[in-house]
Design a binder for this molecule. Structure first.
Ligand code: MLC
Ligand code: AMP
Length: 506
């Protein structure tokens, strides 16, 4: 259908002979066919070109989840743009960094944020700032879409052209934009659709946000690649998901989804009779959650492991043993090795070390950060994940830790440095150490340990973090200490802090 545009062509292939089949069922039960999906995406593409987009230009969006946001993603691909989705929780100061760094031609935001973000967009020299309401039905972007005729000719793009930039946080506090090509996205989706046995009969429950790899590329691209359909929920909603189990076939979620669903009295084997697959990823799934799910539903959750830079790397098998506490075996075409932290030598089976992956369709580097790219992606194609793991003799990978100072809370990554930099600016704060502490709902919770030289209230710290950081990055607890534990080299020992506060939420 879109012969000259690599990703659009691949994603529309499965539905090309069945255009009247349903792509999405919305919350009001209305249905979006594949035909309507791609026609709307073409109108979006025309609206983006009208807004000044040229091939290779970035299309940044901080908009809520709606079918229009999916049109926007596909429209950006069809128009030859590079899609740059942003977490809806980011504050204007966070958004400013991304816009200035990526210099998008078009930026689409919620109408309620337009005033605050127009200043930011001006600074970043955005050509067109447009708005899209929460339900995707109103705003200047919708007006622009309605002005367009159908039948937009897709802009030619090759396999190696960029389709998206997704920012992932950096250990220094500066986020890095992972550049993803048409081919990387298409091939990973096709692999996943195949190994997870997706067909046009599948109905996925889509309750994840669509500004990250999991909800955007894994969930949406896999559905498109198989010509399946999805229930598109605006966000996670346990009751709605339980209701949908009787008609759906697959759920993709972060571990918090499963922890919350397990709390329901209504979850039982009858309820999930129609479901064939439960997938978990983005954060560690506790063996305990795996066991409870199996006990209540009769289904073993399939855990997989991925990253923004690499898409998905490993998966437990569809047929065969899904081992709790492991993330399964490498996907076809993916190589995994465990290396010694000091020597870089490959370790034998059962050796614990750095997880490195080699995957043909890895990202093409960090946007405008060639040194960072070189640090993490070697010239022979091995990518240093920052995760610590071990391979067993049957090739199953377990993640046992991280070499990067990172907290994963409810599937969202929080880099402590970013939070520490904000707290350290509060008057009378000498220094801070931000750590991840086990949390029953979010897996890990952000906790700030703060050292002061005079009076500093908890409120003052909360005000500062609220002003500058997205909600999920804000500390769930603030602890004041006289000093931070340090080793003989003077380095803060976060491990000691994590150990002494490990029961904070239990
Ligand atoms: C919301 N809050 C969080 C949070 N989500 N705090 C910590 N961690 C989170 N993940 C905050 C809110 O701002 C709010 O703060 C308070 O917690 C309560 O919110 P809630 O209503 O309980 O949260 P909810 O809206 O239900 O969201 C929870 C969630 C959501 C788990 C459903 O966080 C979510 O959808 N997570 C999925 C993340 C994801 O898609 N990750 C994929 C990354 S890709 P206050 O102060 O207002 O009370 C990737 C690669 C790969 O990692 O392998 O997939
Ligand atoms: P992101 O940068 O948002 O793409 O997050 C990628 C990181 O999420 C990985 O480096 C891992 O640390 C983590 N991750 C993803 N899937 C899993 C999983 N199944 N188990 C443990 N950690 C995971």
């Amino acid at each position: 259908m879109y012969q000259s545009n690599y990703l659009a062509n691949q994603l529309s292939n499965a539905s090309k002979n069945n255009k009247q089949s349903v792509f999405a069922v919305l919350n009001d039960d209305s249905e979006i066919t594949y035909d309507s999906l791609f026609k709307s995406a073409e109108q979006v593409a025309a609206a983006l070109v009208e807004a000044g987009l040229k091939p290779g230009d970035r299309v940044a969006a901080q908009v809520e989840k709606s079918i229009t946001t999916i049109h926007l993603y596909l429209g950006s691909v069809i128009a030859g743009g590079v899609f740059l989705p942003l977490n809806t929780d980011y504050t204007p100061s966070e958004v400013e960094y991304f816009l200035v760094d990526a210099s998008p031609t078009v930026f689409i935001c919620d109408p309620s944020k337009e005033d605050a973000l127009s200043l930011v967009a001006n600074k970043a020299q955005v050509t067109s700032l447009l708005t899209l309401s929460k339900d995707g039905l109103e705003g200047s972007f919708v007006d622009a879409i309605f002005r367009q005729k159908s039948g937009f000719e897709a802009v030619p793009r090759n396999a190696d052209d960029l389709a998206a930039i997704l920012y992932t946080s950096g250990t220094t506090g500066r986020s890095k934009g992972a550049m993803l090509t048409h081919k990387a996205l298409a091939s990973n989706a096709q692999t996943l659709a195949k190994i997870w046995h997706f067909t046009s009969s599948d109905r996925l429950i889509h309750a994840l946000p669509i500004f990250h790899t999991h909800g955007l590329f894994v969930a949406i691209n896999v559905t498109l690649s198989a010509g399946s359909s999805m229930y598109l929920l605006p966000k996670f909603d346990a009751d709605r998901i339980l209701d949908l189990f009787s008609n759906a076939t697959v759920l993709m979620g972060v571990p918090t989804f499963y922890v919350r669903l397990l709390k329901s009295k209504n979850l039982n084997q009858d309820k999930v009779q129609n479901m064939r697959l439960f997938i978990s990823g983005s954060a560690p799934l506790l063996s305990e959650t795996h066991a409870q799910w199996l006990d209540k539903t009769g289904h073993a959750i399939l855990e997989r492991y991925g990253m923004t830079e690499t898409n998905m790397n490993t998966s437990n098998p569809y047929v065969g043993e899904r081992r709790p506490g492991t993330v399964g075996r490498p996907l076809p075409d993916v190589e995994v090795k465990i290396t010694h932290p000091d020597t870089g030598e490959t370790l034998p089976v059962d050796g614990i070390g750095h997880i490195q992956v080699r995957i043909p369709n890895v990202f093409s580097g960090y946007w405008k950060m060639p040194e960072k790219t070189a640090e993490e992606l070697s010239t022979d194609g091995w990518f240093l994940t920052g995760d610590i793991g071990v391979l067993d003799k049957s090739g199953y990978l377990s993640i046992v830790g991280r070499s990067k100072d990172l907290i994963i809370s409810g599937g969202y990554n929080v880099y402590p440095k970013e939070v520490e930099l904000v707290i350290d600016e509060v008057p009378n704060v000498i220094e801070s150490a931000v750590i991840g502490v086990p949390h029953p709902d979010f897996g890990e919770a952000v906790v700030a340990v703060v050292i002061t030289k005079g009076e500093v209230t908890e409120e003052a710290i909360k005000i500062a973090t609220k002003q500058q950081l997205a909600g999920y990055k804000q500390p769930k607890k603030i602890i004041f200490l006289d000093e931070l534990p340090r080793n003989t080299m003077g380095k803060v020992q976060k491990i000691v802090l994590r150990e002494s506060h490990k029961n904070l939420f239990s």
